[in-house]
Design a protein around this ligand. Sequence first.
Ligand code: CMP
Length: 139
Amino acid sequence: MTGTITFTMIKPSAFKAGYTGNILAKIEEGGYKIKALKKVALSKEQAGHFYEMHLGKPFYEELTNFMSSGPVVAAILEKENAVEAFRKFIGATDPAKADEGTIRKLYGKNLSENAVHGSDSDESAKRESEFFFSFLEMI
Ligand code: CMP
């Protein structure tokens, strides 16, 4: 049985470009319920912790520099089969390969600046939600 929760982040480039409202509207129109929401400016060290599973990969440095270059908007979303459904909904990691009409196709620029993050498993969704939100903020 798959979970009903996923975690997303609107990345600094999309936030800076003023796409937050449009992206959140699209998410809600897609049937996702926003369970928690906040704007946060991550330090490079905090971004490094969030993406620690990518430590050592060639894109780690660029990714953590970028993710700490300005505020992000973090959210916990609820829907049936949330993780898998949302990954399909936002489109491929590389915006150039994302389907037409998806958030990454509409608002992403390249692999790092791909508009939004989406959890890749139920375990990641839990870890990432708890990284950003306290128990009180999640209920
Ligand atoms: P995200 O869903 O936030 O999870 C990890 C991020 O690493 C990913 O989106 C991309 O923005 C970024 N990234 C940069 N280069 C790559 C790459 N070659 N393969 C996968 N992810 C990459």
